[in-house]
Design a protein around this ligand. Sequence first.
Ligand code: GAR
Length: 185
Amino acid sequence: MKKIAILASGNGTNAEAIIEHFKNVKSASVALLGSNNTNAYVLQRATDHGIPHFTFEKKELENGSVKALLLIKRIDLIVLAGFLLKMPENIIQAFPDAIVNIHPALLPKFGGKGMYGDRVHQAVKDSGEKVTGISIHWVNEHYDEGKIIFQEKVAIDDSDTPQSIAEKVHQLEHKYYPKVIESLI
Ligand code: GAR
């Protein structure tokens, strides 16, 4: 049985979709959820599903404390689901090819530092794109630059707002992210 740890900073709809999916999968389970945001609603979702969870400060990510916990818990795959801090070198080295992220646009477009959540959808809207989507990728030391594992597109038009783009993207995320994670296990 492989163990998944989810790291998330906010609402946690992706985290919840993943937790629910893996309740019905024999080969892996969500063993742990961590957040750098003590007010994140994702913590409530973890509580509701009985998933062990913890919070941490940025410095604990950087000084190796979070890495130590993930190693003690024998985590096999780290899943970032709306996690807004940069993954530090210490975790990337301890978990080679075992950290996966989802980005709410078609990388390499609209990625990089500061590009997360609604900022991405606003940038997509401002650029007049006719298509956006999701990118699931391995995490390396550069924001949004790891090898792409999976992408899916969705059409948008001038009547779309950043909010409606976000809804379309979230639908794709919830549909595909859990299945792609399962395929990696
Ligand atoms: C998701 O759309 C995810 O792709 C995005 O944050 C949102 C979190 O939503 N991640 C990034 O922008 C990372 N650069 P959720 O909290 O409802 O899962």
